[in-house]
Design a protein around this ligand. Structure first.
Ligand SMILES: Cc1cc2nc3c(=O)[nH]c(=O)nc-3n(C[C@H](O)[C@H](O)[C@H](O)COP(=O)(O)O)c2cc1C
Length: 438
């Protein structure tokens, strides 16, 4: 029986310096302000028939390690970081089929501004835009927008539920067929098909209609990544693709089943949302070469424990610089940031010190271990997907450079295509139609 194909996407760690300090990055330390690498990436992943590129984002300079910005700035940890809407727009102009999914935080954009921005991107891309809807997690980010700090974790999701309602109404404020472009009678828009929204909610209000005009997809695609119980509920209610770093085949299957359960409870058909699992495949010319490369990556991760803790502290708001890294993380430490991440860290610790736990936590492997030749990695990806039941993988690789892109596009993808595991061509014009095609 032919294997069911699965979906592929790429998690780009922000519009910022990629793989700083690593090999094969050219003059990235100065060339990062220009978009060339990202545009090459978009073209490459479109040739490889990926569903989408997700542009991760945060809007603050980290300061949670030892109460200083030093480690973040010195090592390019999520900074400098450009506004993702600009690079997303540029990517749309050098591609014609792949989905482009910038991240925008609900705390940072008024829903009207967001609806207008995303509708505009959907227009200029010809219906290929998704929005990675994040609630934000850092008090530093909140302070950049005039708040004292982030609202409480679950309240953020309550606010985001209402936010989704507002943006959907704004996108719906133009009925299909509103633009008549009738030159003979001099009518551009049929005003009877454009409606006010007049939304007055608990957290947001807006008048509408949206002045950008309609999005080609009607409602652009929604991506989400909430991992906590409340986050999963939010994602299941709204998302058409969910990205998650679940650990191992069992956890992957359970996560997807849980999403389906929540979707059904929200009255949605589970086939309308694709759950993609994070991977970081290590590919070599031979199995031995791949193992050697994996060893090198592990060494790099071991050397960078403090930097990785600084990054982890950025998303959990925990200052790991205050702890003795050779002791376990104290039990009283909690987070108002990414809850699932902290939960996974604790589950992995099993009494070990912070340093020892971090040595293995997301160091190389993400959802599953993938290390080998193109053929063996492709085969393993197929096996795992068959066991999990769907829906695909999100590449999250720390060594983003043109060599890595070539290894994926010209090495791994043909091996997956030969096995009938991924698409060889896009069938549809719009992002959503490709995403939900199988
Ligand atoms: C693959 C992935 C990508 C994410 N991208 C972003 C991002 O770009 N910006 C952001 O603020 N949060 C991002 N997040 C965080 C999620 O939006 C969410 O806040 C996080 O998973 C914690 O959710 P929880 O507290 O419900 O567990 C990402 C999470 C994952 C797993």
């Amino acid at each position: 029986m032919a294997a069911k194909p699965f979906h592929l996407a790429w998690f780009l760690q922000g519009s910022s310096v990629q793989a700083w300090g690593e090999q094969w990055t050219g003059h990235i330390g100065t060339s990062w302000q220009q978009p060339d690498l990202f545009l090459d990436m978009a073209r490459s992943l479109e040739r490889a028939c990926f569903d989408y590129i997700l542009l991760e984002d945060s809007s603050y300079v980290g300061e949670s390690f030892g109460g200083s910005t030093e480690i973040y700035l010195k090592n390019a940890i999520a900074v400098p970081r450009q506004d993702p809407s600009v690079v997303a727009a540029l990517m749309t102009q050098v591609t014609s089929k792949i989905g482009i999914v910038p991240t925008f935080g609900t705390y940072a954009y008024h829903p009207y501004l967001l609806a207008r921005l995303v509708a505009t991107l959907d227009q200029v891309s010809g219906g290929r835009i998704g929005w990675n809807a994040v609630t934000g997690s850092s008090d530093f980010a909140a302070m950049n927008f005039g708040m004292q700090g982030m609202p409480e974790h679950d309240t953020r999701y309550d606010m985001a539920d209402e936010y989704m309602d507002v943006v959907r109404k704004l996108w719906g404020s133009w009925e299909p067929g509103a633009i008549v472009a009738d030159r003979q009678n001099g009518i551009l828009v049929d005003h009877t098909k454009v409606h006010g929204v007049n939304f007055q909610g608990k957290y947001f209000s807006t008048r509408g209609p949206l002045n950008s005009g309609p999005a080609p997809q009607g409602q652009p695609v929604i991506a989400q990544a909430g991992g906590s119980p409340r986050g999963r509920k939010f994602a299941a209610a709204h998302a058409e693709t969910i990205v998650v770093n679940a650990k191992g085949v069992e956890a992957m299957r359970a996560y997807r089943e849980d999403v389906h359960k929540h979707m059904k409870a929200a009255g949605r058909d589970p086939s309308q949302c694709k759950v993609l699992f994070l991977i970081n495949p290590i590919i070599g010319d031979t199995e031995a070469d791949a193992l050697e490369r994996k060893k090198q990556r592990q060494c790099l991760a071991d050397r960078h424990i403090e930097q990785r803790l600084a990054h982890f502290g950025k998303v959990t708001n925990i200052d790991f610089g205050q702890f003795d890294l050779d002791k376990p993380l104290p039990d009283h430490v909690t987070t108002n940031g990414h809850q699932l991440n902290l939960e996974q860290f604790r589950a992995m610790a099993k009494g070990r010190s912070i340093r020892q736990t971090m040595a293995s936590f997301n160091a190389v492997d993400l959802s599953i271990e993938l290390c080998g030749t193109c053929e063996s990695v492709a085969a393993r990806m197929g096996e795992v997907m068959a066991e999990v039941g769907g829906d695909g993988f999100l590449f999250s690789m720390p060594n983003v450079n043109r060599r890595t892109l070539a290894e994926i596009e010209d090495g791994l993808i043909p091996a997956l295509q030969d096995r009938g595991l991924v698409r060889k061509a896009y069938e549809h014009k719009h992002f959503r139609d490709n995403l939900l095609a199988f």
